[in-house]
Unconditional design. Structure first.
Length: 347
């Protein structure tokens, strides 16, 4: 992959971020500032690829399972803007997860082992922060580990690595899928209180399964009470029925010129109006074409909340679906686990 030439100064990047928070931008201003954002995001691609190679090697050290997934993505424009608007003092030039990697492992012990490798290995770049949301889950139930590296590059950029167990991944993607179905940003803490409470309870039940730490407010609740509360909400919200009804409507359309699947980039368009998921694949040497199409689609659907576009790389298509089931509206694994909870067969 060729390095991307950064075309703008750090101050111009930050002004673009500030401008894009506004709702009164004219069309030409919007396009100009989106171009700045897109160039800054593309500048993260080469170091992200480098980090992905290292992560894949380290994942193989802790897991021999074919289910282990390493995926990489450049953050969607809509997600970047939501973060800028939610965190009013944040600058675009210092956002830490524009370039993101994700490792999904079979067990919690493998996650902990991988984390230890990163903590103790010699490194060229500065490990800026480690957030362990497994030992200290977020109040909303999110669990996982986030590592942020500050890259020796001018201007400085950040790369984030997320590590999750399979169960933690099922929970996190469930939050995103149901949020999409109900037009709510549960991931950001917005939406119906009952659904938010359901996901908090579910996180703690998953933690019990992994002999891990439950959400703080559940620490004084017995295992039996926690399971009963969760079962009651599954039934009351008709979660399983809604998942099966909604996700069965979505159809996948696959196109692309890339031969084979391994090492390819996939451009995904989730259309909640047409109930379709379109996937176009690109080989590694087609990354410029993939990026151009990504930017064009994002700008075309900029104001449409029912269109989600993302460019990711996780190798084989099957691993792409496992790594990013929220983009395929795939909740079969979540529904299966919820059924086990209801039948008292989960733990």
């Amino acid at each position: 992959m060729k390095p991307v030439l950064l075309e703008y100064s750090k101050s111009r990047i930050d002004s673009a971020g500030n401008n894009l928070k506004r709702i009164d931008l004219k069309q030409d201003e919007l396009k100009e500032n989106l171009n700045v954002l897109s160039n800054w995001r593309a500048y993260h691609a080469l170091p992200l690829d480098s980090f992905a190679r290292v992560l894949k090697t380290r994942v193989k050290k802790v897991s021999k399972s074919p289910n282990a997934i390493v995926a990489q993505r450049l953050k969607r424009t809509s997600s970047i803007l939501l973060k800028l608007k939610t965190h009013r003092t944040m600058r675009l030039s210092t956002m830490q997860d524009i370039g993101g990697l994700r490792a999904i492992l079979d067990s919690l012990s493998e996650v902990i082992e991988l984390l230890e490798i990163y903590r103790t290995s010699k490194r060229k770049h500065l490990l800026s922060s480690v957030d362990n949301y497994i030992d200290r889950p977020k109040a909303d139930g999110y669990r996982g580990v986030h590592l942020v590296y500050k890259i020796k590059k001018s201007p400085r950029i950040f790369i984030e690595i997320q590590m999750r167990s399979h169960l933690q991944h099922i929970w996190a993607t469930g939050v995103e899928v149901i949020g999409t179905l109900l037009n709510s940003s549960f991931k950001s803490g917005y939406g119906d209180e009952q659904w938010l409470e359901f996901f908090t309870l579910l996180s703690s039940v998953f933690a019990l399964k992994e002999n891990s730490t439950v959400v703080e407010k559940h620490k004084k609740i017995t295992k039996k009470t926690l399971l009963n509360k969760t079962k009651k909400m599954i039934r009351g919200l008709k979660v399983i029925e809604q998942l099966n009804a909604y996700t069965s409507l979505y159809k996948m359309e696959l196109k692309g010129s890339a031969k084979g699947r391994k090492g390819n980039y996939s451009l995904i368009l989730l259309d909640s109006d047409l109930n379709t998921v379109s996937v176009e694949t690109f080989s590694v040497n087609q990354i410029d074409e993939a990026t151009s199409k990504y930017i064009a689609l994002e700008q075309k659907h900029f104001d449409d909340i029912n269109k989600n576009v993302v460019l990711v790389n996780s190798g084989e298509l099957k691993k792409l679906e496992i790594g990013y089931p929220n983009y395929f509206m795939d909740t079969k694994t979540l529904a299966r686990n919820l059924s086990l909870i209801v039948m008292d067969e989960f733990i």
